[in-house]
Design a binder for this molecule. Structure first.
Ligand SMILES: *[C@@H]1O[C@H](CO)[C@@H](O)[C@H](O)[C@H]1NC(C)=O
Length: 435
């Protein structure tokens, strides 16, 4: 639903139940049409909207007053939906349900933010940060890429590779290592967004020296978030990149969020380049299972393996998906709210993703082409998933065999972290998805 206005994501009272039809979930739109133009304006509108919504309660029918037959259709609609919304709101924001896997109730839409880790409702602004471009170049100075002259790749869609980065001891080494990976990738524009007020001239020089097309921008985290624990790291950076893509009206190519400390297999780039809408693939070294990614059956994504569901409909890592820009441009309300842990989920919700649209990549999600490498050492985890399910019926069999061979993680029938598989923010038994 393309619209010039910033429209709220849906408030969904509940993740869909036993039926697998995501589209039939009850969806209540209650806030809409916030202008994306200015932050203070936006804020004022937001509060006005809140005021209106709380005013709805006053207009609820009271016992005895009854419903006049002359009520307009609009009124009927309100009488039906408003009490439902209020009930769902209280049910699903109750502390009992919050934090329970799949019980969050999805009330965290992009406009209507519940306080979360001390972050208030203003985290939900449309993309409107000032954009400070430090340096950029669309020139590609490479003569050869891999084993071919650059010109041989001229017809490929461009990959917009967005790297949030922040000043720290490892910043330059990490960016250097990443640059030498990206040097092997044709038709790539590197968007480097630094979490700093001012432009770093050392970075300007470093980036222009690689000879690949790039844009270097300064995108500091708003100061009000700096003190929050956890802080929404990398969000201002990615929002700046999204804004840059919007401002350049780019409707051709593929967006990928690639952090500066990850490890990228070059095959990843060929896999994501042909993304039609949203492609997904496993990411190695994520959380308790040392892997996070889609569960694939018969070439289709049916669920997700990730140790932290927390009500996320899309429990995936930032490096675990790519988005086609023609597809994304149909959603001018694209957003990434300042909500730690929910950035991927809310971003993917803001572009109206449906599970049947996801394109599994990396050999039906059996190959790991990107790793969440960190410079600390951790033990290889044991993941508790019954071996009877690790056969040819889904990607999990080959995936765990290869994780074992690489010494990254192993599966066990009896011990280890219980493998949670979820859909629509709801964890279920393995047999539900795998038998
Ligand atoms: C993925 O699985 C489907 C269905 O089994 C199959 O048709 C397709 O060729 C597979 N794709 C790859 C890349 O292996």
């Amino acid at each position: 639903m393309p619209s010039a206005h910033y429209q709220a994501l849906a408030v969904e009272p509940q993740a869909s139940d036993d039926n697998d039809n995501d589209e039939e979930e009850l969806v209540v739109h209650w806030a809409a049409n916030l202008q994306p133009s200015s932050s203070s304006h936006n804020h004022a509108r937001y509060h006005k909207q809140l005021a209106t919504s709380s005013g709805w309660e006053d207009r609820l029918p009271t016992p005895g007053r009854g419903m006049a037959p002359r009520l307009s259709r609009r009124r009927y609609w309100m009488l039906l939906v408003v009490p439902l919304f209020i009930v769902c709101y209280f049910v699903f924001s109750s502390p009992l349900l919050l934090g329970q896997a799949g019980g969050d109730g999805d009330d965290d839409d992009a406009n209507n933010f519940e306080p979360h880790n001390g972050i208030d409702g203003t985290t939900a602004h449309a993309l409107n940060e000032p954009l400070l471009i430090c340096s950029d170049s669309s020139d590609d100075h490479r003569l050869y890429i891999q084993d071919k002259p650059r010109i041989a790749y001229a017809q490929l869609p461009i990959i917009y590779f967005v790297t949030p980065t922040y000043p720290r001891r490892e910043q330059i080494p990490e960016l250097t290592r990443l640059a030498y990976t990206l040097l092997h990738v044709p038709r790539l524009h590197w968007l480097v967004a630094n979490d700093q007020e001012k432009c770093d001239t050392f970075l300007d020089t470093l980036l222009s020296g690689f000879g690949i097309p790039f844009t270097h921008m300064a995108s500091p985290m708003p100061s009000k978030f700096r003190k929050s624990k956890p802080a929404p790291r990398g969000v201002a950076n990615r929002r700046a990149a999204l804004l840059w893509l919007q401002q350049h009206n780019l409707t051709n190519g593929v967006l990928y969020f690639g952090d500066d400390d990850n490890t990228y297999d070059l095959r990843l780039f060929s896999e994501i380049r042909q993304t039609q809408r949203v492609s997904m693939f496993p990411v190695g070294l994520i959380a308790d299972y040392a892997v996070s990614g889609p569960v694939v059956r018969d070439g289709k994504v049916v669920a997700f393996l990730d140790s932290w569901v927390a009500g996320r409909r899309w429990p995936v890592d930032m490096a675990g998906f790519a988005v086609n820009l023609a597809y994304m441009s149909q959603y001018p309300n694209v957003n990434m709210p300042y909500k730690p842990g929910y950035e991927e989920d809310l971003f993917l919700r803001s572009i109206g993703l449906r599970i049947d649209q996801i394109e599994p990549r990396g050999n039906n999600c059996t190959d790991i082409l990107v790793w969440h490498t960190q410079t600390k050492s951790k033990k290889s985890p044991v993941v508790n998933v019954e071996s009877k399910y690790l056969d040819g019926r889904s990607n999990l069999g080959p995936l765990f065999r290869s994780l074992k061979l690489m010494g990254v993680a192993s599966a066990s029938d009896t011990a280890g972290h219980a493998a949670v598989i979820s859909k629509n923010g709801k964890g279920r038994s393995h047999s539900y998805f795998l038998s």
